[in-house]
Design a protein around this ligand. Structure first.
Ligand SMILES: [Zn+2]
Ligand SMILES: [Zn+2]
Length: 456
């Protein structure tokens, strides 16, 4: 059955790639190229008119939730959904709607769209093939009518991506590839493809589609999970990437969000989409500090839930005030882990294996976001080992005086598996079942089996 599905998926993939390639000169691109002149004129005006006074005015225009419903009818509305670890952004304007990524397979994005009574989408942007971006799109593509899907020309060997491609193939949507400079209409707004600039990257994150959304004098930059390499390419390309609102890349990781990039975008507001108390340590403290050093207001889905932004083409407002506290994510500490070492011994290997299978089926493969890049793993490992213990911080910058070593491996007393301390499985693990290991041999000696996803 599984093999049969795989063959179908590979076949569908070939069809999609073929359609994708033949779409290079799709009518949309031609139609929209006519608007290029007008668009760039608007861009120039927007940039030159963007004085500091303007920006201050926009920042202070932040509204309270009460004012929002009556005040913002007919405006452009951007929802940064709280989907846990992942990205999902819904943009609505008049009769138009589009979705950038769908979070992971937990259906939170699909449920949100249903609550918003979204019955069709003009565009779906699948920024890159990682599970925390395309996992949730599967349900959405299966159930909601979509006109166009824009996705980068790259594949990924994961079951989630196979399932995603199958959904795309069975949908009636046109599949388009991103080309830098292409402009797409969205009512009286539009968006421009900014990246990926190169044809090949080692890190899947750098294939992320970056787009700049324009609405009158307001602009928004969406960055997927790009790493520093793509950011610097964008800066070097001299494209207009200035924006009032920047969707911070890669959930606030310090492998991107470079100073050069942030200064090129020069936003007044930054949105970070990440999970509460995630084990990746996102957002990174340095990134938060960098944003504040540039006087940028920070909004976070992990601390504030879904963030809604309104634009009338001139003034931008939010459904809530920013949260500019320098609160980084808490990683499991030795202290919390040691409290659980007296737990029951691991279950038998057969049980452990059967649980591994259900575990994987239930959680998809969040780990792919990390596992796809050796670079990231190294980075996460170093980060984990040197991460400081965080005691409910209000201002982390001043409260990280006591450093505690975090165990690089964590066993699950219930399943008998052990993981790297950054493995996404830890998010779902009952804290009472966590057993810290500083040496992988000891974990194996005690009968723990390596996790098949993070391969400790
Ligand atoms: Zn991601
Ligand atoms: Zn990613």
């Amino acid at each position: 059955m599984k093999k049969h599905n795989k063959i179908i998926s590979v076949f569908l993939l070939l069809i999609i790639l073929f359609i994708g390639c033949s779409n290079q000169d799709y009518p949309e691109t031609k139609e929209t190229s006519d608007t290029k002149t007008t668009e760039s004129t608007i861009n120039k005006e927007t940039t030159s008119e963007k004085t500091q006074a303007d920006k201050t005015q926009k920042t202070t225009a932040t509204s309270t939730i009460k004012e929002i419903e009556s005040e913002h009818l007919g405006e452009l509305v951007i929802h940064f959904l709280d989907v846990g670890h992942g990205d999902s952004i819904l943009i609505e304007h008049g009769n138009y709607s589009m979705l950038i990524d769908g979070g992971s397979q937990n259906q939170s994005s699909y449920n949100y769209l249903q609550n918003q009574h979204i019955e069709s989408l003009d565009y779906v942007i699948a920024t890159h093939p990682h599970e925390d971006h395309i996992g949730g799109l599967i349900e959405i593509i299966n159930n909601i009518k979509i006109d166009k899907i824009i996705m980068p020309n790259v594949t990924h060997t994961s079951e989630t991506f196979d399932n995603f491609l199958t959904s795309v193939a069975f949908s009636e949507a046109k599949v388009l590839q991103p080309h830098v400079g292409d402009i797409y209409d969205f009512g009286d707004a539009s968006f421009t493809i900014v990246a990926p600039i190169s044809d090949f990257y080692e890190n899947l994150n750098n294939y992320s589609i970056v787009l700049r959304f324009n609405h009158g004098d307001n602009s928004f930059l969406f960055t997927g999970d790009i790493e520093a390499i793509s950011e610097l390419e964008i800066v070097d390309s001299n494209q207009d990437v200035s924006a009032d609102v920047l969707k911070i890349s890669h959930h606030g990781s310090d492998t991107s969000n470079t100073d050069q990039f942030i200064q090129a975008v020069a936003p007044s507001h930054a949105i970070i989409s990440c999970a509460k108390d995630n084990s990746y340590g996102y957002p990174n403290l340095e990134v938060l500090q960098r944003l504040r050093n540039n006087n940028i207001d920070i909004y976070r889905t992990d601390l504030q839930g879904s963030i809604i932004v309104y634009s009338d083409g001139n003034i931008i407002s939010f459904n809530q005030d920013p949260n500019n506290d320098l609160i980084s994510s808490t990683l499991p500490t030795t202290e919390t882990l040691q409290a659980t070492t007296t737990k029951a011994p691991p279950v038998t290997e057969t049980q452990a294996i059967s649980e591994t299978i259900t575990d994987q089926a239930a959680t998809g493969e969040n780990i792919t976001d990390q596992a796809a890049t050796g670079e990231n793993i190294k980075e996460q490992t170093t980060q984990t080992v040197t991460q400081t213990s965080i005691i409910p911080p209000t201002d982390l910058a001043t409260e990280t005086t006591t450093t505690q070593l975090v165990a690089p491996y964590v066993g699950n007393a219930n399943t008998g598996k052990f993981h790297h301390s950054y493995c996404s499985s830890l998010d779902q693990m009952n804290p009472n079942n966590k057993v810290p290991f500083f040496d992988r041999n000891i974990a194996i000696e005690q009968g723990y089996v390596p996790c098949k996803r993070c391969n400790p």
